[in-house]
Design a protein around this ligand. Structure first.
Ligand code: ADP
Length: 278
């Protein structure tokens, strides 16, 4: 496909470079995505191709059990965490991909350290797990809404880096996607939720409370991306104002992560001609 940007190009356009992470500024990152995919048509064609490839790569990964992939999906309300997951894995066998959402912690979860519920759902070899919200809520909503003492939040960046390093060093590739939308686009999407009957269930008045804290959330995201874009688990900022470009960009990155793991079907340990089936 001629208008499909290479995986390397998409990688370079979205990564928060671990070497330059301290000077990372969210405002420098586009929310539109037309510099990656010139047209929605190109984006849709690219997504189709990648969603099929993701299925094939997952199948080989499942067969060889050579490693696991954890996709961390973060983004402010309406950024499209559900939609991106649905599109990128629409052709992937449900046997090999599991999605976990992390909302307000339960009593049981609060009785443990905050990483417990995440570690419990980390993928075993052969699987892809998607975290819809993640350990990062504990330095985002928790920070913005003062749900833990600032000193504890401050300690968490290093703890999260250590947690992800543990996963990475034990065979789990960690791909972190921040879906980046503009405040205007969020306004549009919230209005759409009120207007379209099939979307009304998604509207939560608390989203408006969070919208009032827009600047605080942007700042908390920026800090999290500066502090936690490590070589073993770098962040990618995915422009998310256009749904088709967002999905296509995420799919290129997921495909790239799987290809880098080089999954290959294992030797079956027999020669097919050994057996005759009557
Ligand atoms: P979503 O908005 O992802 O579709 P929900 O409507 O269930 O799903 O919202 C989940 C809510 O839980 C979000 O407001 C999120 O900020 C909150 N949440 C997630 N993790 C935590 C946490 N560790 N502490 C407090 N709130 C959290």
């Amino acid at each position: 496909m001629s208008d499909q940007p290479s995986i390397e190009t998409v990688h370079a356009a979205t990564i928060v470079d671990p070497k330059e992470r301290k000077s990372f500024a969210l405002k420098d990152r586009p929310t539109r995505g037309d510099q990656i995919f010139a047209s929605k048509k190109d984006a849709k064609a690219s997504l189709e191709e990648d969603a099929l490839a993701i299925n094939e790569l997952q199948d080989a990964m499942f067969a060889c059990k050579g490693g696991a992939l954890l996709v961390v999906m973060q983004g402010i309300d309406t950024a499209g965490k559900d939609g991106t997951t649905k599109e990128c894995f629409k052709y992937t066998s449900p046997l090999g991909v599991n999605v976990f959402g992390f909302g307000k912690p339960t009593e049981e979860e609060l009785a443990h350290d905050y990483l417990w519920r995440l570690h419990l759902r980390a993928p075993k070899k052969g699987y892809i797990h998607v975290f819809n919200r993640s350990q990062y809520e504990d330095v985002l909503v928790v920070k913005v809404r003062n749900l833990a003492p600032p000193k504890m939040v401050e300690q968490r960046y290093d703890q999260i880096n250590a947690f992800e390093k543990l996963l990475a060093e034990n065979g789990t590739r960690v791909l972190k996607l921040m879906l980046h939308i503009s405040k205007e686009e969020q306004g549009e999407r919230l209005r759409e939720r009120l207007e379209v009957p099939q979307k009304r269930w998604k509207f939560n008045p608390s989203d408006l409370e969070d919208r009032k804290l827009w600047d605080e959330y942007q700042h908390a995201y920026e800090t999290a991306l500066q502090r936690c874009s490590a070589p073993w688990a770098p962040w990618h900022v995915v422009p998310a104002d256009s749904r088709s470009r967002r999905d296509a960009t995420a799919a290129r990155l997921i495909r790239g992560a799987l290809e880098a793991m080089k999954p290959e079907y294992p030797d079956p340990g027999y020669r097919p001609e050994q057996y005759q089936i009557d």
